[in-house]
Ligand binder design. Structure first.
Ligand code: UDX
Length: 450
């Protein structure tokens, strides 16, 4: 089928590449010329495992192309995907100006009947609004129908998820439009669920809000575990054995970040507020997440009282591993608080360091390996569970001024850390204190929580 995708951001690019991989002819339209120039040379603007290889394969096969020109992009296309950003407004609502602009452009430039598919995450009712905008601007001789097809891709595994996702949701007003989009997606071999448009829009928000709720829930349980000497990992595992609960998204840590959960939870609270409904539970989830990002700072204050002049190493800066995305990463608030408190901050991330430099305080020392970050440090904080960080050589801890490691992602097994001279704390699990005291006796305490 002949498809166009508007937007070569995260969603647009992955969508374009994966639709071309299953055999469609895709033109991806992006206004940023420098981005398109890079894409044409095979350079991806985002770090996403497997994306570049698949992109190049399909460009070379002639199934995928990039352009800055709408007219060229829309030519002979049956279906046009909207995959532009819906950033957060100051009040937490979704900013729909890019989506609205694209709707007008489609209406004014498409020369034949088409289906417009919304991939961008948009509040309930937006697809109807897009349909109205299109109807108001399109020529009367063509028919354009809008369909909602939200994405559920995780950054870092977006290519895998495209081919192994749990479901594809298609929200449409007509059976004909739904069937066409179903046909396009059949080669993915993923269960397809067809709904009304508003329900499809809601499924996306409700899914992200529910996953965020699981995370905030387990984080609160972890905080209680610390105080009652229980182990949150054992608790989460035991909970997850119940299929009604499920074992996923119960990893305690310093809270969720990224481009979706923070934005979508706040947007759903707004959506509810607009119909005079106070979504108290979700507001609690958002509040808990904010509080959770402070947990490591509280642990540092407990330990040192005052952080002025302390060298603190941050290991991992991206909001999660396998991505260079810094959006809403806990490292942003944690590093800013440390700088404010007068700490000397050294920061390392295997991939996100260049993006981090653009966002984080300029007084931070950005370094290029774990050794440089932790050498001479008073404490090291793990903020992102990159493989390189969780498999680090624990002998490096000897190079710290004091061997204090605080693991904000529970990514190190307690048994792996025990043989080392270290003070180790994590979230909702026992601490390990295995430090030679002045008279050279080894003090080893495991099971002490706080
Ligand atoms: C999420 C959704 O998973 C995806 O379906 C949606 O389309 C976009 O938002 P993403 O933001 O890429 O994807 O990352 P995800 O892997 O879901 O993690 C989100 C955040 O939650 C990360 O900061 C991660 O560290 C955190 N998290 C996740 C936890 O703290 N604990 C968990 O158990 C799982």
């Amino acid at each position: 089928m002949e498809l166009a995708v508007v937007g070569a951001g995260y969603v647009g690019l992955v969508t374009s590449v994966c639709l071309s991989e299953i055999g469609h002819h895709v033109t991806c339209i992006e206004l940023d010329k420098s981005k398109v120039d890079k894409l044409k040379k095979g350079i991806s603007p985002i770090y996403e495992p497997g994306l570049t290889e698949l992109m190049m394969k399909n460009v070379n096969l002639g199934r995928l192309s990039f352009t800055t020109n709408y007219l060229e992009g829309f030519k002979n296309k049956d279906v046009i995907y909207i995959a532009v950003g819906t950033p957060e407004n100051e009040d937490g609502s979704a900013n729909l100006s890019y989506v609205d602009d694209v709707a007008k452009i489609i209406a004014k430039n498409v020369k034949r009947d088409a289906i417009v598919v919304t991939k961008s995450t948009v509040p309930v009712g937006t697809n109807n609004r897009i349909q109205t905008i299109i109807n108001n601007h399109k020529p009367s001789y063509i028919s354009i129908e809008v369909v909602s097809n939200p994405e559920f891709l995780r950054e870092g595994s977006a290519i895998y998820d495209s081919f192994h996702g749990d479901r594809i949701v298609i929200g449409a007003n007509s059976e004909k439009a739904a069937k066409l989009i179903e046909e396009i997606n059949k080669p993915f071999n993923i269960p397809i669920y067809i709904t009304g448009i508003r329900s499809a829009e809601m499924i996306k928000y409700a899914s992200n809000a529910f996953l965020a709720t699981k995370i905030s829930f387990i984080n609160e349980i972890a905080n209680i575990c610390e105080r009652v000497d229980a182990d949150v990992e054992q608790v989460a595992y035991g909970m997850g054995l119940d299929h009604r609960i499920g074992s996923h998204f119960l990893n305690a840590g310093i809270g969720y970040g990224g481009s979706c959960f923070p934005k979508d939870t706040k947007a759903l609270i707004q959506i509810a507020g607009n119909v005079a409904y106070d979504f108290e539970l979700l507001q609690g989830v958002v509040n808990v997440n904010k509080k959770q990002q402070r947990i490591l700072l509280d642990k540092l204050y407990d330990r040192f009282g005052n952080l002025k002049g302390k060298k603190i190493a941050l290991l991992g800066l991206a909001f999660k591993p396998n991505t260079d995305d810094m959006r809403e990463a806990p490292s942003i608030s944690i590093s800013s608080e440390l700088v404010k408190a007068g700490a000397i901050v050294y920061a390392y991330d295997p991939i996100a360091i260049d993006n981090a430099k653009q966002i984080l305080d300029s007084s931070i020392h950005f370094v290029y390996n774990i050794e440089q970050a932790i050498g001479g440090a008073d404490a090291a904080l793990i903020l992102t569970e990159w493989d390189e960080i969780k498999n680090m050589d624990f002998n490096l801890i000897n190079t710290m001024k004091y061997p204090l490691l605080i693991d904000g992602r529970n990514c190190i097994k307690l048994k792996d850390i025990k043989p080392y001279q270290i003070e180790y704390h994590s979230i909702g699990r026992s601490s390990v204190k295995n430090i030679k005291s002045n008279n050279s006796e080894v003090v080893c305490q495991v099971g002490e929580s706080k």
